[in-house]
Design a protein around this ligand. Structure first.
Ligand SMILES: NC(=O)c1ccc[n+]([C@@H]2O[C@H](COP(=O)([O-])OP(=O)(O)OC[C@H]3O[C@@H](n4cnc5c(N)ncnc54)[C@H](OP(=O)(O)O)[C@@H]3O)[C@@H](O)[C@H]2O)c1
Length: 296
């Protein structure tokens, strides 16, 4: 088991739940979670100096430029944070004999438009937007620069840190729209793996404790849904008397194209840590946790 784990992006949705899961597991190792201002990811020389003062055995990188639509017109920032910074981190980890656990995304896929069965780790990357391209480049950089790497591909995350002033997450956006009484249109032609950061975080802490062979792993809740199906499940679970109308991605006209199908096959990681619960179960627990649903 590592003695000291350095968590980057520890204030994000996933990062906060990793800190929480670490506490719930009884703090089995020392978890260092510097704030965003302490380590400048986009300045590799400054990052090298800052990390030089920190003792660690593993880096867990949850930091990312996640604004999928904005990335289309801000390719430079997306690649600086999601690719170049990851390469620099990987190089530093390798030089220190440390493991790099890097978090990536289902959006490295989508280019195979005929695909309709869960995607495993051996499938070639084929991103359809700038965010996905930058994350794919980050994966390659992590793998090339650090021999002891773990790339965890997660998808469509929801976590309690997405509640409130952090821009929210899909569930919070749907609940806000339902309360506003505005008509709600949600795409039904993008099928994905809705995934709880709490469930991912639990596995990340177990992976840090127990170890697992290096490589790429898909880590998502069981089941799949279109965003429309997911929205409908949110409204049904909280008993909201609203219905989302289905629309196509073309109708919605988001800035960035999205994969039509990016459901991940998590069989490989399940062999080590068992399956994550179904997303409907994770959704119910999230709604309780976020105060939208009574425990009973
Ligand atoms: N959210 C999703 O649906 C989703 C889906 C698939 C994969 N992922 C991947 O999962 C991981 C975690 O996502 P998340 O939802 O937890 O993201 P998040 O809530 O946006 O958190 C990202 C973290 O990265 C930090 N960060 C961003 N730019 C930075 C920079 N230039 N320097 C230092 N820190 C920076 C953010 O700091 P600030 O809070 O100060 O901005 C935040 O703490 C990411 O790798 C993401 O690509 C996410």
């Amino acid at each position: 088991m590592p003695a000291r784990v350095l968590l980057l992006g520890g204030d994000g949705q996933l990062g906060r739940d990793i800190r929480r899961a670490h506490g719930e597991a009884g703090e089995p190792f020392i978890l260092l979670a510097p704030g965003r201002g302490d380590i400048k990811l986009t300045d590799s020389a400054a990052m090298r100096t800052a990390l030089g003062d920190i003792d660690f055995d593993v880096i867990v990188n949850c930091a990312a430029y996640n604004r999928v639509d904005d990335a289309e017109s801000d390719r430079a920032t997306a690649f600086a944070v999601n690719a170049r910074a990851v390469g620099a981190l990987a190089d530093i980890a390798h030089g220190r004999g440390a493991r790099l656990v890097h978090v990536s995304t289902d959006y490295v896929f989508g280019g195979d438009r005929a695909r309709r069965d869960p995607i495993d780790e051996a499938t070639p990357r084929a991103p359809v937007n700038v965010y996905g391209e930058s994350k794919a480049a980050g994966e390659r950089a992590a793998i090339e620069a650090c021999d002891d790497h773990v790339v965890l591909r997660v998808a469509s995350l929801f976590g309690v840190a997405g509640v409130g002033g952090r821009g929210g997450n899909f569930i919070e956006t749907m609940i806000r729209l339902a309360r506003s009484g505005a008509p709600i249109r949600v795409v039904d032609d993008q099928i994905m793996s809705p995934t709880s950061t709490r469930d991912v975080a639990g596995v990340v802490v177990r992976l840090l404790e127990a170890g697992a062979p290096g490589g790429i792993y898909h880590l998502v809740n069981r089941g799949a849904a279109s965003w429309h199906e997911f929205a409908t499940a949110i409204f049904e679970t909280i008993g909201a008397e609203v219905a989302a109308s289905p629309c196509t991605s073309d109708d919605f006209a988001a800035q960035a194209p999205r994969p039509a199908y990016s459901v991940l096959d998590a069989t490989k990681i399940e062999r080590h840590f068992g399956p994550l619960p179904h997303w409907r179960d994770a959704l119910r627990r999230y709604l309780v946790d976020a105060g939208h649903l009574d425990e009973s």
